[in-house]
Ligand binder design. Structure first.
Ligand SMILES: Cc1ncc(COP(=O)(O)O)c(C=O)c1O
Length: 286
């Protein structure tokens, strides 16, 4: 199969030839089953576990054969730091096409116009996507506010407790949470407004990992406007419900929307950052 490919790709042939002459033919051609039966058998064991068990972990999903094919492809060989047309490494013209296509499809999925919205599809997962947003928008020590973790929020929304700064997002940024009402289990919007006005976050974060209701984005937008904060939604857990129109869309009200791609979107393990090209705030309080 490789020798057939080499006919069409002379450069690959060179690479292949060099590898073989270095005595590393087996590294390139021998299937995992023969090359490393120990790892192969552990993958099979995990496959059986996933097939036979009941998974009740809300952040997990089962991806498709097509996604697994992409992940097990030659794309894994390539460094592609930077953006399309301005990479740090050569040989990225195919990667550029793939990344553009990926961005186009991501915008289409949420019915967003490329005039109004852009999307970065490079994050390795949701946590680095969120950290990248904070780092890109505000200085170290800037203020972020999100739903408290015990109320259903996520670690990367600035979680810390009295004893310890648990998440890197609370180490590098100053954070304060808002909460659910313990009686009802619903977000306490009135208290949130009060806390926002006291703490004056630079970024107000809505979105959650463990909360059983949709969000009132208009209220969050109002609170963010009161203190001239960016409004960011992290829809990692329910992006599938937003894209299918079952849930309210955060795009009408937010400046930034982040999501993972491996939860309800059932894609590969990665993240995306959607950004409004003209922010709804001027970030004056930074
Ligand atoms: C709301 C939310 N944001 C971000 C993340 C982080 O995603 P990842 O685990 O891909 O880094 C999670 C993970 O479950 C999440 O629930």
């Amino acid at each position: 199969m490789l020798s057939k490919a080499c006919k069409h790709y002379p450069k690959y042939f060179l690479y292949y030839y060099r590898a073989i002459s270095n005595g590393s033919k087996e590294i390139l051609e021998i299937p995992l089953k023969e090359k490393d039966p120990e790892i192969y058998n552990l993958i099979k064991e995990e496959q059986r576990r996933q097939f036979e068990g009941i998974e009740l972990i809300a952040s997990e999903n089962f991806t498709s054969r097509g996604v697994l094919d992409c992940l097990g492809s030659c794309l894994t060989n390539k460094y592609s730091e930077g953006y399309q047309g301005e990479r740090y490494y050569g040989g990225n013209f195919v990667i550029d096409k793939i990344e553009r296509l990926c961005q186009k499809r991501a915008l289409q999925l949420f019915k967003l116009s490329p005039e109004e919205w852009g999307v970065n599809v490079q994050p390795y997962s949701g946590s680095p996507a969120n950290l990248a947003v904070y780092t890109g928008l505000i200085p170290v020590g800037g203020r972020i506010m999100g739903l408290d973790l015990p109320s259903g929020g996520h670690l990367t929304h600035g979680f810390q407790n009295e004893k310890k700064k648990i998440s890197a997002t609370s180490l590098f940024f100053s954070s304060k949470p808002y909460y659910v009402n313990p009686e009802t289990g619903y977000i306490d919007y009135d208290r949130c407004e009060k806390l926002v006005n006291e703490f004056k976050p630079n970024i107000l974060i809505c979105g959650y990992s463990a909360y059983s209701r949709d969000l009132e984005y208009d209220k969050f937008r109002k609170y963010a406007n009161q203190v001239k904060a960016y409004l960011m939604a992290d829809i990692s857990h329910f992006s599938g419900l937003v894209s299918s129109g079952e849930f309210n869309s955060p795009f009408e009200y937010c400046d930034i929307v982040t999501t993972t791609t491996h939860k309800s979107l059932r894609g590969p393990r990665a993240g995306m950052i959607f950004y409004r090209k003209a922010c709804l705030v001027d970030g004056e309080n930074l």
